[in-house]
Design a protein around this ligand. Structure first.
Ligand SMILES: Cc1cc2nc3c(=O)[nH]c(=O)nc-3n(C[C@H](O)[C@H](O)[C@H](O)COP(=O)(O)OP(=O)(O)OC[C@H]3O[C@@H](n4cnc5c(N)ncnc54)[C@H](O)[C@@H]3O)c2cc1C
Length: 480
């Protein structure tokens, strides 16, 4: 099949007939026509079409080593630094389509699966592990350009340090049995962005599992597997108009809880199960962090450029560039942007082949970027709000501009360098990015989607090699 088009993506998704619950009702009819998903599905279709755009096709695809077909570059296992740069360009093309707003353009999870498949050898000869299944599934996904959602964490019931679930019915998804056909999973996982809107659900366990052997598993199953339910949150789409809601009307990705109601995961889809040690170590031994964080950093750079562009347009519109505090605020965004770009270059320049022959970007600059962005992104949104002031509130609708009140709007809402309509368009974009329910989710997403920032900082501290610096001080002080 090879790299799919937007049309093929939509057709396949509609045919799946996934069990999705929205506002207390089970969705019936084609997903691509539902008002809560239509905008996102069209945007994703446009991303898939970029794989066939003659101008960039070569940068979005490569030739399959097995079928000779043209397949998506997000599935490329990098073996050279040039491969890493090819991967970067592919992510940039997809990220630029939404200004980096879509956290789950298909390359994110395609990269995650690719990273796991690049370390299948680690699973060899380990208890309850099936490296062949992971390798075969990766190739199947790559050749058919499958789309993914993922659930890595359990429900937020009790996050105290030592919590052992003792409810009668499982809450966190668990292996409750196995038979000739596969393992049986019951319970829930959260939070799956685009849950129900993809071909497959990729399920891995991450973090410390303590004694919960039955929660230590990894597999992927089609989203329409019997017993899987996706329970959506409320939509953050303000409405269908791209004038009124320039971002939410197109890029609202939806998040859902995934419920496994006695779901049978066939053996050929199980990568491992009931193995706490492998569950804890495999994601860390694999190139998951370097590959996934490389994709994330590229997208976040594009998003920072988008934020900078909006901030500067606001400034131009109401002519406030002469104030020093405005300049200082913009320079904060520029410092963020240049820092992230420098970290990306360092990670790529210092990339090294791993033990399995894949080119891993250097991890420390990526971990640092992963610690910086959750802090600077909320500040970016604050900066936009501080620059925009009341302009973030005086936002008449598209309809108002086509009503008899237009003359007043044209006169009282114009900007120093813009017509009223242009001014409102720009401020509406700034508002949708930082103040609408959609914009607030964006901030929460950048804070949390790759894990709790507190624990990310702790991981960086623990991983970072410090001995050399301690030794230098000991020498300086003539200590033993
Ligand atoms: C918009 C959005 C989209 C997401 N999409 C996905 C997705 O598609 N797939 C997916 O798998 N996940 C997704 N996530 C979930 C994300 O991985 C988690 O939010 C993140 O790992 C933090 O876990 P938590 O939300 O359960 O927070 P919790 O772990 O419940 O933390 C709550 C608070 O307690 C503190 N805390 C808890 N435990 C500790 C500890 N051990 N040490 C120190 N402090 C602690 C935290 O610092 C935090 O302040 C998404 C999250 C968001 C916000």
């Amino acid at each position: 099949m090879g790299a799919i088009t937007g049309k093929e993506y939509i057709k396949r998704l509609n045919q799946l007939n996934n069990e999705i619950w929205y506002d207390g009702e089970k969705i019936v009819g084609p997903l691509s026509e539902h008002p809560a998903f239509k905008g996102l599905i069209q945007s994703k279709a446009a991303l898939y079409d970029l794989q066939h755009d003659p101008k960039i096709k070569d940068e979005m695809t490569f030739i399959s080593p097995v079928s000779g077909e043209t397949i998506g570059l997000s599935y490329l296992q990098p073996k050279t630094k040039e491969d890493l740069i090819r991967r970067r360009k592919m992510t940039e093309h997809w990220a630029r389509y939404s200004g980096g707003i879509m956290g789950r353009s298909p390359d994110y999870l395609n990269t995650v699966l690719t990273s796991f498949a690049s370390s299948v050898t680690y699973l060899k000869n380990k208890e309850n592990c099936f490296p062949h299944n992971l390798q075969t599934f990766y190739e199947y996904a790559r050749e058919n350009d499958l789309s993914f959602t993922h659930t890595f964490i359990s429900p937020q019931v009790n996050r105290s340090q030592v919590y052992i679930e003792n409810s009668v019915e499982p809450i966190a998804a668990k292996v409750i049995g196995k038979n000739d056909e596969g393992i049986i999973i019951k319970g829930a996982r959260l939070l799956a962005t685009q849950g129900g809107l993809t071909d497959e659900v990729l399920v891995f366990s991450v973090g410390k599992l303590l004694f919960n052997e039955d929660e230590a598993f990894a597999f992927s199953i089609p989203s329409n597997t019997k017993g899987i339910k996706f329970i959506c949150r409320d939509t953050f789409i303000g409405g269908p108009s791209s004038f009124n809601h320039p971002l939410s009307s197109r890029f609202e990705e939806m998040d859902s809880i995934v419920v496994f109601d006695n779901v049978l995961v066939p053996w050929n889809r199980v990568f491992y199960y009931n193995n706490v040690e492998v569950s804890e170590e495999f994601p860390m031994e694999s190139p998951f962090l370097p590959f996934a964080k490389h994709q994330v950093l590229v997208r976040q750079i594009v998003k920072t450029e988008f934020v900078l562009g909006i901030a500067e347009l606001l400034i131009e519109t109401i002519n406030i560039s002469g104030y020093q505090h405005i300049q200082e605020k913009l320079s904060e965004i520029i410092i963020g942007l240049e820092t992230m770009k420098a970290l990306l270059e360092k990670a790529e320049n210092n990339a090294k082949l791993d033990e399995w022959g894949y080119m891993r970007p250097e991890i420390y600059p990526l971990l640092v970027a992963g610690n910086i962005f959750p802090k600077i992104y909320p500040r970016f949104t604050e900066i936009i709000q501080l620059i925009g002031a009341s302009g973030m509130i005086t936002l008449p609708t598209e309809k108002a501009f086509h009503s008899s009140i237009r003359k007043d709007l044209d006169s009282y809402l114009k900007g120093a360098t813009k017509t009223a309509e242009e001014r409102v368009k720009i401020f509406r974009l700034a508002w949708d990015l930082t103040m609408s329910s959609f914009g607030t989710r964006q901030t929460q997403y950048e804070r949390y989607f790759f894990g709790d920032p507190i624990r990310l900082a702790s991981d960086l501290y623990k991983k970072y090699p410090k001995d050399e610096y301690v030794k230098a001080i000991r020498n300086f002080l003539n200590l033993n």
